[in-house]
Design a protein around this ligand. Structure first.
Ligand code: NAD
Length: 549
């Protein structure tokens, strides 16, 4: 059976809140990299523990009353609790282990016993919208690099990167939208083909020289182009270095966090990977780690020669360091290098999904944003480009970076449009875990915070409790699985705009409180821009300095 999200206006569940969550779950699988194995993205990020668990979740959502809450533990439905109409419809926790046990070896042991599931950020809590989910983040990174290093334009500039999976598949489109010539190395041909089919990538090349011919021609003509090259990143990066070619920007978005399921070692075919994983997993991990080390050494050499190199959130530096690359952390993380100025103002990725399945609904919301936020370049530039270039995958959806007050304004306007019948069905809003108040990820989101509080995981846990207290429809607490085990903690939230006054109340409470917490988190870490935003927008902060003797 192939799972697709239900479209249209017919309810199968007992209300729109339950129906919306069910459609989001189905949408995750519709967009999944490997639906048969419930893997949505990130090598192992799953929508449910196994098929019986998936069917159990669906059955529960279908019969769930509006004053009940479904509890899901690491992708498995556990029970339905009687709560009340303002309580979440679903509460989820994925992959959380007690600190001392939170490491990859122990996690894989539990995974092999089918006791645990990794939810990634948006896989296990049913918020995935295909590669668009990170395309704006990557596009903003390129835009900021252009601003800082290339006189505001990437025309005629060469970006080298790797990985065309669920998330990495956003890179070619983001590079193209930023006017660059982007080459993405990918070891799995089917993934190159999928990005071409979904409109995220233009060309496929089988050899480096074929790829470079396309790239060089585009650079000479200052034209944007995206090329997927079938090959292994560790090998190809070395070959590019050996040919003395210097890309302007270098990164990688393979699933390097996972040595068993995520990163393909040099010299391995896909069949070799599958066989070695069964026969000799330790060898596979060693070989993957050594190849990552090789790739990161090349990245460091590119950096020395003058390329702008950054880690795009896949723990590749951590892996390389463990395999002997002592200076791996000379490569900066994208959050600190490019996006922190936005996060400290609680501006981050916010998304909305048209449960109708009708692309016109998203278009109408785009138009609203362009008119209402006309003086906000960050959003208008993005919405204009997204409208032109970003194809929908599954239920039509949009992502947009918005801050405190802006998210609520949009959500309430959309709720009104649903109520007025201008949108053909309700709209679900979800907020990415990679957001100001929702994530502790010391090698990714919270690296080098001013006050050194990088690894303190109280914030995402407080976030989830605040969301549940603020009437959100789905609240999730995630921790790292596989190679991410022990490295992070985050929280996710979904709220449904079904056009009712109750929904308006839920949207306002949840999204105002969510970004308030983001501002409070960064203010606490010593960021002046957060304090200014707090003062301007009237967020109630307690400053204990006032209470010193
Ligand atoms: P995925 O598993 O869907 O795709 C990974 C891709 O890398 C696969 O297509 C695989 O074939 C390819 N690959 C693996 N080893 C390779 C090699 N040596 N050479 C060339 N290609 C290779 O994973 P994904 O969903 O695309 O996520 C990728 C990474 O990005 C993960 O670490 C994920 O956690 C991270 N991520 C970052 C952000 C962010 O905001 N920056 C957001 C989401 C995910």
């Amino acid at each position: 059976m192939v799972i697709k999200a239900q479209r249209g206006n017919t309810l199968r569940a007992k209300g729109w809140r339950q129906e919306a969550i069910l459609r989001l779950l189905e949408n995750n699988l519709e967009n999944a990299e490997d639906q048969d194995n419930l893997v949505v993205y990130g090598a192992l990020g799953k929508a449910a523990r196994d098929w019986p668990a998936y069917r159990g979740i669906v059955a529960a959502l279908l019969k769930l009353e509006v004053d009940e809450t479904l509890i899901v533990q690491s992708g498995k439905p556990i029970g339905i609790l009687k709560t009340h109409e303002d309580a979440p419809i679903v509460i989820l926790a994925n992959s959380n282990l007690v600190g001392h046990w939170s490491n990859a070896d122990y996690w894989y042991k539990l995974y092999d016993q089918n006791l645990i599931t990794w939810g990634g950020l948006t896989a296990g809590d049913w918020q995935y919208i295909g590669s668009q989910g990170v395309v704006q983040g990557t596009y903003e990174i390129f835009r900021i690099i252009a601003h800082k290093h290339f006189e505001d334009s990437l025309k005629g500039k060469f970006i080298l990167t790797a990985g065309l999976g669920g998330m990495g598949g956003s890179q070619p489109l983001a590079g193209y939208m930023a006017d660059a010539a982007i080459l993405v190395v990918e070891a799995n041909e089917a993934h190159i083909d999928k990005r071409i089919e979904t409109g995220y990538l233009q060309h496929k090349a089988h050899t480096l020289s074929e790829a470079l011919t396309l790239i060089n021609k585009a650079i000479a003509n200052k034209q944007a182009i995206s090329v997927g090259l079938l090959g292994n990143a560790a090998t190809i990066y070395q070959e590019i270095l050996d040919q003395n070619i210097l890309p302007d920007i270098v990164s990688d978005q393979t699933a390097a966090q996972d040595l068993l399921y995520g990163y393909i070692p040099e010299g391995y075919s896909l069949a070799d990977v599958a066989r070695t994983r069964q026969e000799n997993p330790e060898k596979l991990s060693q070989d993957a780690g050594n190849s990552i080390a090789h790739e990161v050494r090349s990245e460091l050499e590119f950096q020395k020669r003058g390329s702008i190199v950054f880690d795009n959130g896949n723990n590749i530096r951590t892996q390389a360091q463990q395999f002997g690359v002592t200076d791996a952390f000379d490569i900066p993380i994208f959050t600190e290098a490019f996006l922190r100025d936005l996060f400290v103002k609680a501006i981050g990725p916010f998304r909305w999904i048209a449960l109708s399945g009708d692309a016109q609904d998203i278009k109408l919301i785009d138009d609203y944003l362009l008119e209402t936020f006309a003086d906000n370049d960050l959003i208008t530039d993005w919405i204009t480009k997204a409208n032109e270039y970003v194809p929908f995958q599954g239920l039509p959806a949009r992502i947009g970076w918005l801050g405190h007050g802006q998210r609520t304004k949009l959500a309430l306007a959309v709720n009104d449009l649903v109520a007025a019948g201008k949108l053909t069905a309700p709209v679900a809003f979800t907020r990415d875990h990679l957001d100001a108040g929702a994530m502790a990820h010391p090698n990714i989101m919270t690296e080098n915070l001013k006050d050194g509080s990088d690894a303190i995981a109280d914030w995402p846990l407080i976030n989830a409790m605040v969301m549940a207290s603020s009437k959100a429809d789905l609240v999730a607490i995630h921790s790292g699985g596989g190679g991410y085990a022990g490295y992070m903690q985050s929280a996710g939230v979904t709220v449904v705009a079904d056009g009712t006054p109750e929904a308006a109340n839920r949207l306002k409470l949840a999204f105002d409180n969510d970004t308030s917490l983001g501002l409070l988190r960064y203010a606490d870490a010593g960021y002046d821009a957060s304090l200014q935003e707090i003062a301007q927008k009237g967020v109630h902060r307690i400053d204990t300095h006032e209470y010193h003797d």
